[in-house]
Ligand binder design. Structure first.
Ligand code: TEU
Length: 527
């Protein structure tokens, strides 16, 4: 494969390292575990792995509270383990993207320890400190994503510090150029080791309003929506100055040989999301597009969404995500059968797909009894369904007591024994087989990995579109969002069935008419 543009043609696979494979019996996955399971990833047919944080951390937010940007937490292994994993991945043609958390550190990071020590500290201004309001309360009305206010009083120095997430995760002050220099040095540490890119955590929140104005009330907020969105975070997120930082990050990556990819974790409406590509394509290679996670599973709604997103791109390269470690499992959100159709959708839309570990098995949320809940979001705001433990459970490799994940006591309970890699590996009708076929087809066919997306409309509950590239086979895709069988007719549906959610139909001739099972989907090779 030609290296240039690998991130456009490629497919990204997210690994939550605590939950992939444990090798030392502590019940928590580790870097040697990922290395041991690389063959699964390579055989699946993806092109890159993104590993959620493995840095030294008190684990208040399971690694998204970083105490040292240039190390590996002993729970996960050592720097040598990382280098070995990187080498082993590269030897299999897999790129490695590491997670990076620039918005905040852990309270245990030496920078914060020093910043907190006194108002005169050399690093005081590396974090966001403010005097109390005249009544002694917090400086403004900003809220933490994880519940409650975003300000914590430090009694020793009499000021509040900002934490957009947990109070154990103080926000860095990106208006201070020393912070940028120090973080960029950490990025270089990983680039020099040979990583192929970064997934940048909460990239849209780096810069805060210079005047610290109150956020306005959100008129659209209703009970049941995320509690912190009661106020519209216009002054605490997505500030115009952020793009300058993103562009400089991109320039840093571009100064390295090979294409090192910048992926931004950004939850914003489409219009604002695409701004993070940069006006001159000098921003993120991929501002993560989570719209499929948020959309209703409905043909008309998805059709409109894809058109709106495609229309907003202005030449930039799209990307799609169906699941991650912060959202309920796909198969639990839309049902196990629809999850098969969703796999077809994700892997035949135009743009780089990102898969979440275990979705290739149809893994579902695992119910977590309250006494086993460990996610801080669940603990802060219990019973609201905000907890993320259910989608972070151990990867099931076989039907053994701990699914082959650990010899010890797993940090979260595993799901049902029937769902596992070994059971699905040679099963023609399994989710794993469907994913492997889709990924192989996508990799082999230019129309699918780089071609145009041509909408063919919605018929009843069936979404139709085509993919085409010059001098390459053309494909038509039909996805049935309905709970009953469907029949569609379209001139473009002529050829042979390449991949379907119904095992055994591959190779079937299609002559302008297609029948689909309930929640079924088909990819037709046209002529
Ligand atoms: O998540 C950012 C974030 O804002 C999400 O929690 C988002 O609000 C939610 O998923 C919307 O559905 C990132 C990490 O992915 C998450 O695991 C961390 O806890 C968080 O940042 C703090 O670092």
């Amino acid at each position: 494969m030609d290296e240039r543009g690998w991130w456009r043609r490629g497919v990204v696979y997210q690994i939550y390292p605590r939950s992939f494979q444990d090798t030392d019996g502590d019940g928590i996955g580790d870097l040697p575990g990922i290395e041991r399971r690389l063959d699964h990833v390579a055989e699946l047919g993806v092109d890159a792995i993104w590993i959620s944080p493995f840095y030294p951390s008190p684990m208040a937010d399971f690694g998204y509270d970083v105490a040292d940007y240039c190390g590996v937490d002993p729970i996960f292994g050592t720097l040598q383990d990382f280098d070995r994993l990187l080498g082993a991945a590269h030897a299999r043609g897999l790129k490695v993207i590491v997670d990076f958390v620039p918005n905040h550190t852990s309270e245990a990071h030496p920078w914060f320890v020093e910043s907190r020590a006194s108002r005169e500290s050399r690093r005081r201004d590396w974090y966001v400190w403010r005097d109390p309001a005249p009544d002694g309360g917090p400086p403004n009305n900003w809220l933490s994503v994880f519940g409650g206010g975003a300000w914590e009083l430090d009694p020793a120095t009499g000021q509040y510090f900002l934490h957009s997430y947990l109070k154990q995760q103080p926000d860095l002050n990106w208006r201070n150029p020393e912070v940028e220099a120090a973080v960029f040095e950490a990025l270089r540490f990983w680039l020099d080791r040979g990583v192929d890119g970064f997934r940048m955590d909460v990239l849209w929140m780096l810069v805060k309003d210079e005047q610290f104005r109150d956020n306005p009330r959100n008129p659209d907020w209703r009970p049941g929506m995320l509690p912190h969105l009661r106020f519209d975070p216009v002054f605490s997120t997505d500030r115009p100055e952020t793009m300058g930082i993103v562009r400089r990050m991109r320039a840093l990556l571009d100064s390295y040989a090979g294409e090192r990819v910048l992926i931004g974790e950004i939850y914003l409406p489409i219009r604002r999301l695409v701004a993070y590509y940069g006006e001159a394509s000098d921003g993120c290679h991929m501002p993560f597009n989570f719209k499929l996670i948020q959309a209703r599973w409905d043909a008309g709604e998805i059709d409109a969404l894809v058109r709106r997103y495609e229309g907003a791109l202005q030449g930039a390269w799209p990307n799609w995500v169906l699941g991650n470690h912060d959202n309920p499992r796909l198969a639990s959100r839309i049902g196990p059968q629809a999850a098969r159709a969703a796999a077809v959708l994700l892997l035949t839309l135009r743009g780089t797909p990102t898969l979440y570990y275990g979705d290739e098995l149809g893994m579902e949320n695992v119910p977590i009894p309250p006494e086993r809940a460990v996610d801080p979001w669940e603990r802060n705001e219990p019973g609201m369904g905000l907890g993320r433990d259910p989608e972070r459970t151990p990867m099931p490799w076989d039907d053994g007591p701990n699914r082959g994940f650990t010899d010890g006591e797993p940090w979260l309970p595993p799901g049902p024994a029937a769902v596992n890699v070994a059971a699905q590996a040679d099963e023609p009708g399994s989710m794993l087989t469907l994913y492997r076929r889709l990924l192989a087809l996508r990799r082999a066919e230019p129309a699918l990995h780089e071609g145009d997306w041509v909408p063919l409309g919605v018929q009843g509950e069936v979404l139709l579109y085509a993919r085409q590239a010059p001098d390459a086979a053309r494909f038509a895709v039909a996805v049935n969002f309905g709970d009953g069988p469907a029949r569609v007719e379209h001139e473009a549906l002529r050829g042979t069935m390449a991949v379907t959610t119904t095992p055994g139909r591959e190779g079937e001739a299609v002559e302008g008419v297609l029948t689909l099972e309930a929640n079924g989907a088909a990819v037709v090779r046209c002529g």
